[in-house]
Design a protein around this ligand. Sequence first.
Ligand SMILES: Cc1ncc(COP(=O)(O)O)c(C=O)c1O
Length: 410
Amino acid sequence: MTTDHLATNPITRRVNEFATRVHRVQERQLYLYLEPVEALRGPRVTIAGRSVLLGASYSYLGLLGHPEIEAAANAAVAQYGTGTHGVRLLAGNTDLHDRLERRIATFIGADTAVVYSSGYVANVAAITTLVGRGDVVVCDKLDHASIIDGCLLSGARLVRVPHNNIAAVDHALAEAPAGAGTLVVADAVFSMDGDVIDLPALVDVCQRRQAWLMVDESHSLGVLGSDGRGIESHFGLRGTIDIKMSSLSKSIPSVGGYIAGRAELSALLKHTSRAFVFSAALPPGSAAACLAAFDLLEREPQRVERLRQNYLSLRSGLRAGGLEVRDDPTAIVPVITGNDDAALTMARRLFDRGVFIPPIVSPAVPPHTSRLRVTVTAAHSAADVDEIIKTVIATWHEVAPVFAHTEIAR
Ligand SMILES: Cc1ncc(COP(=O)(O)O)c(C=O)c1O
């Protein structure tokens, strides 16, 4: 392919610069992204024929690979096929999709739910439908990229407030012009840090300022609340969030995302949100997998407790080994290295020792806050958790001194 005519185009420079950055990391044998997983068994994955312990799973309740879920998915493929006849609004809707939406709504305590093909799409769809030019949308600085993208695409005035700073939310709402629609969007559990939004304060502010409140439960569904029903259950504040959203690819081991709330909201989204009207339905196999997973979550709440025991052990074990780890009630435990190279080096050494935790560097996180984001699931045994703790601590104490003169953060 000839690309000479593109040589002076700035896009070419950007593309080439990024490729060089990737290539340099690969040359140093520090590239640990896009590893082709060949098989999974409980908390272990096989990569290049080698079984390693996964310390970076989103399948918090250990439901990925559950036979009941796989049987449900297979049965749905046999009954409905691998796809749908297009978008749901026209010929692509099935009774399975309708049942899934009712199941989600009942489980999380909402009137209705609308399912989209991914969590990313659900956030963009809902936010762009609800607000537009002349409105104000307020987000936490650390909200997920799909929330920020939805806000930017909406055309509303976006106010990004400092992390978990509810006074700043209050201020932003107070400054909103009269007559503007006002929406506040927050992650329940922040995906890179594992901390929890101050829901009681946020609900209070939104109610006082008459703003709609939307909360992304992608990392709290199945994790927060003794029943895994999420952040309202955790704080004992049922029925206080106007719009609840979650990915269906984490505790629920499938693909998709939902927006749940009052019936009128669902009617609007199903008839006007562009990702619903102009994009194909979730495949039946994935919808059936979600349904079976919600059944299991309801039937086996002990999985939530097992997860809790595992993340408590992980947090206290890492802390006992000299790492600075916060005390959040979630499965995401960041080990901040600050420096990109420290994160890349730690991840490589962990992998060589049989523990797979890909490094997270900017732009996924702010510059100088690179990290290993360690997670455990209900599928990890106590011995697995100990193995992760032991290996992370040993690797940290090896790598941290090497980078101590640079910018290792904590
Ligand atoms: C907080 C949060 N919201 C939304 C998403 C997007 O979900 P999905 O992967 O289903 O598109 C993610 C995915 O990582 C997430 O962490």
